[in-house]
Structures are given as structure tokens and as C-alpha cells.
Design a protein around this ligand. Structure first.
Ligand code: C5P
Length: 231
């Protein structure tokens, strides 16, 4: 995969995020803007990052009635983002209406991927919200539903990648966080996988935050991740 690394811009302010972008090269990576930075800095900041030549994954995980999510997705497409996501648990109609709305943007439309089961949810959490299945079963169910809805892929943990890839086939994006080299601190990630292994397991893109954003040289760390991912 060309440019497999998506760097998570998990910052409080646009100054911090832009200072990192100054050290990076849009030819070598893509970036992810999540709820914290978007809530702090808003759509104008997304336009600024797109204007600097970076492909932006807008990680806002929309989940609402179909009309609301589809219309919000259209506004994300207006910003020129490269990828965006919605919750598969929002259901088939929500996913289909959003996919159809984005099709109007033609070949430049953002990739639309789904979140299945948040990795922060345990078996007990699923039971408490009335789901009588394992997290793995629910991930698979929602990944299949996302595919039926015509979405481009799902976010999945590195631990789930192999099983999902063999179930779901090749032409479906698997976007995988929780990536660490042996020398990286795991932080709050419980199960981590190396970049080479994640790609070998079938990941399409690797979301990497702190091992690059907090490195003494972010560009050097990125280059190391890129060469490890290239295998
Ligand atoms: O710093 P680190 O590499 O752990 O950052 C990983 C990024 O991926 C963060 O933005 C985090 O929110 C996101 N993510 C994750 N695990 C998930 C889904 C998203 O770590 N299951």
C-alpha cells in the first residue's frame, strides 16, 4: 500500500499540530484528526491541513439518524478529507444513505469506513448493553454489515486483522491502530503489534500516534515505520 502510515494528530491546539506537520512530509504519510483537535480547532483547521497537501482522515465516528449522518458526511467531503468514519452500530440505513450521499462527490469522495466495536468495550460492557455475543462475533457481524452497505472498510485492532482479512476478502480497507515497534512505549494500548506484522496480517493502513508524534525526530521515526511497513 502506498503511504500506509496515518499519523494521529492527538493534540489540544492547532499550534502543536502545525508544529508537528512542519516536521513531516505529505509525500510520506497521511494524518488523522480526531474529536479533540476538531472540537478545539474546527473545520478551518481541517482545510489548513488539506491545503498543506496532507490526506486527512477525519475520525469523528458519526452515529445518528441516517439523514443527519449523511448530511454531516457531505460537509466533511466539502472539506476535502481523504477518509472519514461512522459507527456500523448506527445500522444499515445509516451506512447506506451516507455511502450514497458521498457517491455524489465522484472519484474525489472520501473513503467511508466503519467503526465496529470500540476496543475499550469488554465482554461485560457488551452484555450490559444487551448484546449476547463476544466482542469478536460482534466485530465480524458489523464488518459484514459494513461491507453489505457498500462501505470501503473498517477500523480494526491489530489483533483482529488476520481473522477479518480472511473472512472479508481483499478489496476492503482494514485501518489498524495499536502499532508499536519493539522500542516504543505501549502507553495505554493493551495489545500492540509491530508495523511489519500488521501489514503481513492484512492491514491496509496503520494509525500511529505517540511513537511518531513524541519522537525526538518525528520524520526519522516515520521513515522507520515506513520501511518496516514496506517489509
Ligand atoms: O498514540 P497511539 O499510537 O496509541 O494512537 C493511536 C490512535 O488510534 C489514537 O488516535 C487512538 O484514539 C486511535 N485508536 C486506537 N484504538 C482504537 C481506535 C482508535 O488507539 N481501537
Amino acid at each position: 500500500m502506498d503511504k500506509p502510515i496515518i499519523i494521529a494528530l492527538d493534540f489540544e491546539t492547532d499550534e502543536e499540530a502545525l508544529a508537528l506537520l512542519d516536521k513531516l512530509d505529505p509525500a510520506l504519510c497521511r494524518v488523522k484528526i480526531g474529536k479533540e483537535l476538531f472540537t478545539a480547532c474546527g473545520p478551518q483547521f481541517v482545510r489548513t491541513v488539506v491545503g498543506r497537501g496532507f490526506d486527512v482522515f477525519l475520525d469523528l465516528k458519526f452515529h445518528d439518524i441516517p439523514n443527519t449522518v449523511a448530511r454531516a458526511a457531505a460537509r466533511a467531503a466539502d472539506l476535502g478529507v481523504w477518509m472519514m468514519n461512522i459507527h456500523a452500530a448506527g445500522g444499515m440505513a445509516m451506512m447506506e444513505e451516507t455511502r450514497k450521499t458521498l457517491e455524489a462527490f465522484g472519484n474525489d469522495r472520501p473513503h467511508l469506513i466503519a467503526v465496529t466495536v470500540l476496543t475499550s468495550l469488554s465482554q461485560e460492557d457488551l452484555t450490559a448493553i444487551g448484546l449476547n455475543c463476544t466482542p469478536q462475533e460482534q466485530v465480524l457481524r458489523l464488518a459484514r454489515l459494513s461491507r453489505q452497505a457498500g462501505l470501503d472498510g473498517v477500523v480494526c485492532s491489530a489483533a483482529e486483522t488476520s481473522a477479518l482479512r480472511s473472512e472479508i476478502g481483499d478489496d476492503f480497507l482494514l485501518v489498524t491502530p495499536g502499532i508499536r515497534r519493539p522500542e516504543d512505549a505501549t502507553g495505554d494500548q493493551k495489545r500492540v503489534v509491530g508495523p511489519a506484522e500488521a501489514m503481513a496480517n492484512g492491514s491496509s493502513y496503520l494509525v500511529v500516534g505517540r511513537p511518531i508524534t513524541r519522537a525526538a525526530s518525528p520524520l526519522q521515526a516515520l521513515e522507520e515505520f515506513n520501511s518496516a511497513a514496506a517489509g
